[in-house]
Design a protein around this ligand. Structure first.
Ligand SMILES: [Zn+2]
Length: 325
């Protein structure tokens, strides 16, 4: 249906319904002034005794082409995008960080893009403040991996610490790879920018940052889980309180309409495609079998829901907004 057809269709439907309809789409008279800006975007919910807050950072529109998924024809990728009403020549990648308040500790999992990735992302801090959380009150930052959209929020552009009283905890294999193992000349070319950015954030924090072994408990009720391949030391986090639990997938799975439905597809974001796909399958299998709540860093806001098994892959089923805690 063309846009003209669509207008005629809507007009016809309205005439048939007896509702008023004005041609030309002219502005309504005496309307209220439009706000011209979006409202704050945070979502608060409970998990057992814990209070969690999802903080929207924005969206990154990234052009894509035939190189985007290494092991699928671009036509198939575009078909999957079109089937989900997404544009077919760019990936629109939402970003959502998560705060866990245990009642005693205030923990931030990944830190947003700090407005340094795209003009359309970088609202995490204003949403943190809108949610009534003082950056100084964050006592722990858990990092999943060293991609810029996950660590840039640690510092301002001019190098000041955004969360001055937070202990920063990172997966040891991730630190070892980026900070000790590779250099600008030995790192894969596509990851050189990530390496330089990781140095900008972490080089002067060697003494302050705490490294942990994946698999260990990193905060009360929060266990890190190895999910390698996206980067060499990428982890997810399982959060448990009482009988409730949730898997914070981080980037185990990128955009769900592509990579939950097609878990074996290997986007160029995954440094080791086959390894990431193996960890992704294992993780999606586990959360589907356990009917576990999940949060995905690049899922549509509030980025929380469940994973259901389908014939060929999985489906992401978003939560319904809870109006009260
Ligand atoms: Zn990411």
């Amino acid at each position: 249906m063309t846009s003209m057809d669509r207008r005629a269709f809507v007009a016809g439907a309205l005439l048939a319904s007896g509702l008023p309809w004005r041609a030309g789409g002219e502005k309504a008279e005496a309307g209220a002034p439009q706000a011209g800006k979006a409202g704050p975007a945070f979502y608060r919910f409970r998990l057992g005794d814990y209070e969690l807050t999802a903080l929207y950072d924005g969206i990154w529109h990234r052009p894509i082409d035939g190189r985007f998924v290494r092991n699928a024809p671009f036509a198939e990728v575009q078909k999957a995008l079109a089937e989900n009403f997404l544009s077919v020549d760019r990936l629109s990648l939402p970003i959502t960080a998560l705060v866990v308040n245990t009642g005693v500790r205030l923990i931030l999992i990944d830190t947003g893009s700090a407005g340094q990735l795209a003009a359309t992302a970088g609202s995490m801090m204003s949403n943190l403040v809108a949610a009534g959380i003082d950056p100084k009150a964050i006592d722990t930052i858990l990092v999943s991996h060293f991609h810029p959209d996950h660590i840039n929020g640690i510092k301002t552009k001019d190098g000041r610490m955004v969360f001055p009283d937070a202990e920063i905890k990172v997966p040891a294999p991730e630190w070892t790879y980026w900070m000790d193992e590779v250099t600008p000349t030995t790192v894969p070319e596509a990851a050189r920018g990530v390496l330089l950015n990781a140095g900008r954030i972490f080089a002067d924090l060697r003494k302050e940052v705490t490294q942990f072994a994946p698999g260990s408990e990193v905060a009360p009720g929060i266990t890190s889980i190895a999910a390698y391949g996206h980067t060499p030391g990428h982890v997810a986090y399982a959060v448990a309180s009482g009988d409730s639990s949730m898997m914070v997938l981080c980037d185990t799975t990128n955009h769900p309409w592509l990579f939950v439905r097609h878990p074996d597809w290997q986007p160029i974001f995954d440094m080791d495609g086959p390894l990431a796909a193996a960890f992704r399958r294992r993780m999606l299998d586990r959360v589907a079998a356990d009917r576990m709540l999940v949060q995905g860093y690049h899922f549509p806001f509030p980025a929380i829901g469940h994973i259901a098994k389908s014939a060929s892959g999985y489906e992401f089923v978003p939560v319904q907004w809870q109006p009260a805690l």
